[in-house]
Design a protein around this ligand. Structure first.
Ligand SMILES: NC(=O)C1=CN([C@@H]2O[C@H](COP(=O)(O)OP(=O)(O)OC[C@H]3O[C@@H](n4cnc5c(N)ncnc54)[C@H](OP(=O)(O)O)[C@@H]3O)[C@@H](O)[C@H]2O)C=CC1
Ligand SMILES: O=C(O)[C@@H]1CCC=N1
Length: 273
């Protein structure tokens, strides 16, 4: 359904660039059908060389594309929506906003149009087609939601949620990449301290975390069930785990996620730049 559509990714920074790479690598979307915008267009020249269209003018991009994937910062959203409003055709365009903390209602109010809007919360795993993308829409937008689901399913897993859960999806899924990477970094630092060179410590830590995640996803088990299989009685794992818990490991992760969730409600401010 979406494969023959033209797609604009508006505001190509870290996330927009990751989405572009993932869509191209999926083989399902041709870069010639994807236009990328940002104001400093020289910074996305590499995408032009990779076959994508690149454009400084958001209005031209919107006129060319059927689907508008928005990836600007929350504080940049109002200015962008004001600029885009004249080009948004409610009968043609589907807007997919990846912007944290800006509701569908706020987007439509700023556009002053009853546009079709889907919210998406992917993560930078899209670049390697391993994103966890939460999607939400409202009312009668089923076809648009299915289109968004189709797009993001080519770059990872998708889950449809209520819009009220978007801030939670941001903290757990989108910020989560950074949280788990920090855990991997800490593990590799431990590995260095007990004798591995940095590159080998990182390989062991990263591959081990990949295996741990796949155990959960493929066996559909609870982490504690998998942990029980690692913790040999009187063994070394349980001693390490208990020491980590005494130091507040689970508590730190939970408190960090709650802090990010709380902040997601406060990000949308008037025009930063
Ligand atoms: N990074 C992540 O992992 C995730 C981010 N998000 C959300 O995605 C959004 C983008 O995040 P992120 O990629 O990290 O941020 P970045 O700052 O890296 O990207 C934003 C990009 O938007 C461009 N931009 C700003 N205003 C305009 C405009 N008017 N027209 C065209 N381009 C514009 C900027 O480039 P220039 O200044 O050159 O125009 C910049 O490259 C945020 O809302 C964030 O909350 C959601 C999930 C995950
Ligand atoms: O840090 C941020 O605000 C964005 C939202 C989720 C991931 N990055």
């Amino acid at each position: 359904m979406s494969r023959n559509k033209t797609i604009a990714i508006i505001g190509v920074g870290n996330l927009g660039g990751a989405i572009a790479r993932g869509l191209k690598d999926s083989g399902e979307y041709r870069p010639q059908n994807i236009i990328l915008t940002r104001r400093h267009i020289d910074r996305i020249a590499e995408f032009g060389e990779a076959g994508f269209k690149i454009e400084k003018d958001n209005l031209k991009a919107a006129a060319w594309a059927d689907l508008l994937i928005i990836t600007v910062e929350p504080q940049q959203m109002n200015r962008l929506l004001d600029e885009l409003a004249p080009a948004v055709d409610v009968d043609r365009h589907v807007i997919i906003s990846c912007v944290t903390g800006v509701s569908i209602r706020q987007i439509k109010d700023r556009l002053q149009k009853e546009a079709t809007v889907v919210r998406a919360m992917p993560n930078t795993g899209v670049a390697v087609r391993e994103s966890m993308t939460c999607l939400a829409t409202e009312g009668m937008n089923g076809p648009a939601l299915r289109m968004a689901e189709e797009i993001f399913s080519t770059v990872g897993k998708t889950l449809i949620i209520d819009e009220e859960q978007m801030a939670a999806a941001t903290a757990l899924g989108a910020c989560g990449v950074a949280f788990f990477l920090r855990a991997i970094r800490a593990a590799s630092q431990g590995g260095i301290e007990i004798g591995f060179p940095a590159d080998k410590a990182m390989l062991i830590a990263a591959q081990t975390s990949l295996g741990a995640a796949r155990l959960l996803l493929e066996n559909q088990t609870h982490p504690e069930a998998e942990i029980d299989r690692v913790t040999t009685p009187r063994g070394v794992t349980i001693s390490g785990l208990n020491t980590m818990e005494h130091q507040g490991f689970s508590s730190a992760m939970i408190k960090g996620i709650v802090t990010s969730w709380e902040k997601a409600f406060r990000l949308y401010r008037e025009d930063k730049d």
